[in-house]
Design a protein around this ligand. Sequence first.
Ligand code: FAD
Length: 404
Amino acid sequence: KNGVVIVGAGHAGVQAAASLREEGYDGPVILVSDENELPYHKPPLSKTFIKDQEAKPQPLRGEAFYTGSSIDYRPGIEVESIDAAGQRLEISGGGALPFERLILATGSRPRMPPLPGADLSGVVSLRSLADARLIRELGAQSEDVVILGGGFIGLEIAATLKAAGRKVTVVEAVDRLLGRAVAPVIASHVRQRLEAAGVRILTGTTIARLEGESGRVSAAVTSSGERLPAQMVIIGIGVVPNVELAQAAGIAIANGIRVDPQMQSSLPEILAIGDAASYRHWLTGSDVRLESVQNATDQARLAARTVLGHADAFAAVPWFWSDIGDMKLQMVGLTSGGDSHVVLGDLGENRFSIYHYAGNRLLGIESVNRPGDHMLGRKMLGAGFSPTPQSVAEGPDGLKAALA
Ligand code: FAD
């Protein structure tokens, strides 16, 4: 029996391996990673790891997990192609790996802009532990850091490096921060607090080119002609899904490897999960590709059940968090398409939540330092319970009672 091969040992791949065993799968499980690490948590990289020279990576599972669960973890191997008809993979170094079921958990990679000077040393992006080690090392030698992109990763890094004493400038092309992800009131709150902490933020601005000295970056020149000194430039303008492997094997792609509610690709013996997978969301009916730990782990659990012959449909409530300086942002649900909202709490106290509605239907909640609303939101959306905007405005106690 050839068993299950999982490509990629990030949040999705490792959870898939664990869930296969938890669900009772007793065939071989091979987990292949092109990284040479014990699989690790990504979120701490931008929040704590890069400012603390002593910080250690946080493993997703201890080493004993892999041996103890008979998971054949193979680091440092890149899967180069899929022979779907022959049910085998070609791997770096020239070998082949046969499979019965294949789970693609290849994640995503930073999007790189066509930017003159982007090949200078000191121009980096943050995805892997290796990237984080480099940023930590360069950060220690840099007084001025320029970050291209005002999304979650860029702003987390900005807050972290500012707290470590660097001069930080964030350059964002559109006229607001966190453009794709949160309500304008949250975006402007985040901006205000970051600026108060000393981060310089330029919106409606791009970087036209990077300048260097002896091959090292020394400045970023903005679209308005300002020259920003920089010994490190971090590119954080979003990611692209790693779909090339699937695409070359003839698997359908639509902003990600297209999967059905059981996580099966257009070739049902091949599944895809995590940042690399796109699907029609049960909650909104729209096509999505979500980039979150929750999405990766919940899809992994479901994929394991599919391999074992169950036919559950993906119905997890989406949630996400981001720590930007002293702001714990938590999002639950999918809030785009909302037409009204209710605010609870106090912006001045840096503690508030926004309940988003489409008509009378609760779409989701965005919170800043109000974890109780977030947890309540996960419960309400999970139970299909939509409180009226009026009852939300009366505060969370009544909602808790209604749920109980
Ligand atoms: P990944 O974790 O990217 O794993 C994919 C793995 O597959 C990688 O190791 C890759 O190298 C490997 N791979 C790809 N192709 C091949 C191949 N051909 N052969 C072998 N191996 C291959 N999410 C949150 O919810 N909250 C947060 O606060 C948060 N913070 C983040 C901070 C940072 C710095 C980063 C980078 C991400 C953060 N995320 C956060 C997003 C979250 O980490 C991702 O959504 C999650 O990692 C997706 O899991 P994945 O397994 O799909 O992909």
